[in-house]
Design a protein around this ligand. Sequence first.
Ligand code: NG1
Ligand code: ZN
Length: 563
Amino acid sequence: LSIHKDFLRHASSQFPLPPGVKFSYGTAGFRTDAALLPSTIFRMGVLAALRSICTQAVTGLMITASHNPVHENGVKLVDPSGGMLAVSWESYSDLLANAPDEDDFIQVVEHIVINEKIQRKGKTGEMVYLGRDTRPSGASLLEAALKGVEAVRGVQAQDMGILTTPQLHWMVRCSNRRVPATESDYFKTLSRAFSILSGLRPAGYGEPTVFENLIVDAANGVGAEKLLQLLKITPSLRLQVRNSGFEGEGLLNDGVGADFVQKEKIPPRGFEVLSDNLKRCASLDGDADRLVYFYMSSMSQTDQISPSLQLLDGDKIATLFASYIMDQIQILRGTSSFSAVTNPNASIPGFGTVKVAVIQTAYANGASTKYIKQVLGLEVAVTPTGVKHLHKRAAQYDVGIYFEANGHGTFLFSDNFLQWLQEVASQKEKGEVCQAATRLLAVSEMVNQAVGDALSGILMVETVLQYRNWSLQQWNAMYTDLPSRQLKVKVADRSVIQTTEAETKVASPPALQAAIDSAVEKYEGGRAFVRPSGTEDVVRVYAEAQTQKIADSLAREVAIQVF
Ligand code: NG1
Ligand code: ZN
């Protein structure tokens, strides 16, 4: 590929690197104060364009800082599959973002072109979709991204407007699969699948209950407007949106949203405990790729910070979804009796063994892992933190369900399994087996197979609750979370801690792991690990034990070892 160096140099000179900052792509892209980001975002526009030429497909660039405060912003790149940027390209991001001047910048671009053997093959598909959340800094940063894409001449930038992160991922994925990929297609696809699933309740679970409205905390972010759009075409969805961020409604991520609720275990702003009936609630994060559910319970839970918020986190969501998938697989096997323990090794007549697994990280509550293994009989795979790792692993199964405890997750179906389901669903005989296949096909349309998506997550949770006729309390009773504690420790250089075994063990310094082991040994059923954060300048400590008191002291003991 011949680069128009002068053109690129001139364009990049308009976005100089701010002095004294070191950028790192981290767990989920670059994130920092918005004022520092124009050069990084321009350069990521260039990289997204190069990735598009290299793969001859549409790529994406999303401007968001998710659950971070409103004055921050960030950028993540979307690969042609709709997933996160290939890990092998992350080092290019770091090199580009930190190149001190135009000459170094051009050199890095040349290095990428040579290293990846990037060549122009044709004219098709060289395109970058750009999206942003509702942050006020988004519009001008989007301009910078646009200039970056256009600086690689011949690649087109398409501004898709204000979107949730998962919408942009979905559009990139669909566009490269040559299926309808506009925002309106997104809403229609989700809504249609939800209606199909609502009409396919099984006989065994009694008459459907009319649920109370779900009250959704939209974190004063982009999810509010999008949820209202979805609601407009899906009247059977019973929900109301709060913390919409519309005029006068509060600040993005300020005391609201999935991250706040999950970490603080108290209701978000705008949810008045005394006057509200908070039985069915959910929180999205600022870019609507995370989802948690919660309700207020009058039960006294002396162990918790707030006595009454009951959190249904990513682990509970994964477990709910996995149980539903296993129900359908049981029916496909011809066992319509819903026995609690399933046998994942038994094969489906006509297909063979369906490989189903739940993918978690070390942060998954131990009680969820136990439930998935022992009650659902499913394989649990553990990967390092970060959706890119979970997603990659999930793709190895016929149905791979992944969630981070914080509520980011989705599930993936293999093409092979979907194809077989199509055949079963189109059979003339419309029995239970055909229904189960139709359900799974609708589910595969409704969940966002590109990345975790709070909107499709809500539809999926509501579908399973309707199917089982379950309140949030009944869902919560699947298993009881083990008490846990997370702490952050600030150290001079967090990179001296290196981990292994999917971050569950410290490889270096070795003395640290020995100290953690001896702290854990004191408490039966205790578990603890530490890892350097990929998004903040801290080391994270996690501990879990039979009581909150023990979890707290175990976390403290381990934190002291980190100093
Ligand atoms: P780090 O800072 O690397 O722990 C955090 C979350 C991840 C993921 C990323 C991206 C925890 C413990 N970590 O990563 O799960 O969501 O942010 O947003 O929640
Ligand atoms: Zn997010």
